[in-house]
Design a protein around this ligand. Structure first.
Ligand code: MG
Length: 203
């Protein structure tokens, strides 16, 4: 399986990091070794002094596909959750300044936390879902999928031009504004609507 992540998919978040609002989706990937399963801790990596959270909606691919048209995209995913795209922001900043790839800042071991998946039923409007993140019981990020620059279906159409999507692949759909730094012993809780799907402690 592979983990495909979208960057700068909410204009307020692009602005908070002084990035341009993109005209096409910004894509990067994480390897399978980046997966952090629900309830597992993340050990603060020794190569960064600025580990940050990015809470995101995550969809799970349920059908293999390539060149998927946007109108058929809903047939290719059937479950959704919240996840954390952990980022070594200081490392990322250095890579950006040098024009180098982000993997060491974004794709390191256990950098992709994912919560319990919820099946997407006919009553769920994936283009109008609220999600939020609490750190130590304080609300730090909240988003709604209607604010995405590129909808889930548009992302799937775009990504599948370049990469065949396979059953089990995960797509992290980008983070809203409010990203921030973490410390050892922080407790993170991710919610889809009112349902807690994810919990991670930093150790
Ligand atoms: Mg992200």
């Amino acid at each position: 399986m592979k983990i495909i992540c979208i960057g700068r998919n909410y204009s307020e978040h692009a602005k908070e990091l002084n990035n341009e609002v993109p005209t096409e989706p910004v894509i990067f990937m994480k390897p399978k070794s980046a997966l952090l399963f629900p309830e597992k801790p993340l050990y603060y990596p020794e190569f960064t002094d600025d580990l940050q959270y990015e809470c995101e909606l995550v969809v799970r691919i349920s059908k293999n596909g390539k060149y998927i048209q946007e109108k058929f995209a809903p047939k290719y995913y059937n479950a959704i959750s919240v996840g954390l795209d952990f980022t070594a922001r200081d490392v990322q900043q250095r890579q950006k300044e040098k024009g180098l790839p982000w993997e060491i800042a974004k794709a390191f071991d256990l950098s992709a936390a994912v919560g319990q998946f919820i099946p997407i039923g006919p009553d769920m409007d994936v283009n109008n879902l609220n999600f939020h993140l609490k750190v130590n019981d304080q609300l730090v990020q909240k988003g709604n999928s209607s604010d995405m620059l590129f909808s889930i279906n548009k992302i799937i159409a775009y990504v599948s031009i370049y990469f065949t999507l396979n059953i089990g692949d995960l797509i992290y759909t980008g983070t809203p504004a409010g990203v921030g730094s973490l410390n050892v012993y922080d407790k993170l809780e991710g919610y889809l609507e009112d349902q807690k799907l994810l919990q991670v402690e930093i150790r």
